[in-house]
Design a protein around this ligand. Structure first.
Ligand code: GDP
Ligand code: MG
Length: 163
């Protein structure tokens, strides 16, 4: 396997949808409910001629007594530490949230390599959100539509030099 990529980001941005698209099996649960992914799930991604290990990081589970920030840190750090590349997903429709900014800070400090992607980017409703993602200071966002397959070629071109 050439490298390991962890898909990280706050709940409901489409991490599991992207994981499923890359792996080509419905290994990860996708749901409208935030936090449906309970564990780290690993699979073999295929993207053009690239084969790499991909990890669908645990979604945030909001449990009573949990510190939101603390829990996000723990889950994200675990995924980040074992990955060569972190694909940081934000939701282009929702725009950038304080949780995204927390993730961005963690990734800046800990990740070996970060690729920022603005998901749900299909259609004009997402254009402002894609632009907003620049403000995270992680470079140019890749506009993705995990559900419809948009932007996978651009993702390929970002990953190719790292393989
Ligand atoms: P996760 O919590 O980050 O793993 O997010 P999921 O993969 O479970 O997706 C959360 C919701 O976003 C589901 O309703 C998906 O169908 C939806 N979703 C995922 N990708 C896209 C996309 O590219 N466009 C749109 N419009 N919705 C998406
Ligand atoms: Mg998930």
């Amino acid at each position: 396997m050439s490298f390991t990529m962890a898909i990280v980001g706050r709940p409901n941005v489409g991490k599991s949808t992207l994981f499923n698209r890359l792996v080509g099996k419905r290994l990860a649960l996708v749901d409208d409910q935030p936090g449906v992914t309970r564990d780290l799930r690993e699979g073999t991604a295929r993207l053009g001629d690239l084969r790499f290990a991909v990890v669908d990081s645990a979604g945030l589970e909001l449990e009573q007594g949990d510190s939101l920030k603390g829990r996000m840190r723990k889950l994200t750090e675990r995924a980040v530490e074992s990955a060569d590349i972190c694909l940081f997903l934000v939701d282009a429709r929702a725009g950038i949230t304080p949780a995204d900014e927390i993730f961005a800070d963690i990734l800046r400090k800990r990740a070996r390599h970060v690729i920022l992607a603005a998901n749900k980017a299909e259609g004009t409703a997402a254009e402002a959100g894609v632009m907003e993602a620049w403000a995270l200071g992680l470079g140019e966002p890749v506009a993705l539509s995990a559900e419809h397959g948009g932007g996978m070629d651009e993702l390929y071109h970002r990953l190719r030099p790292l393989a």
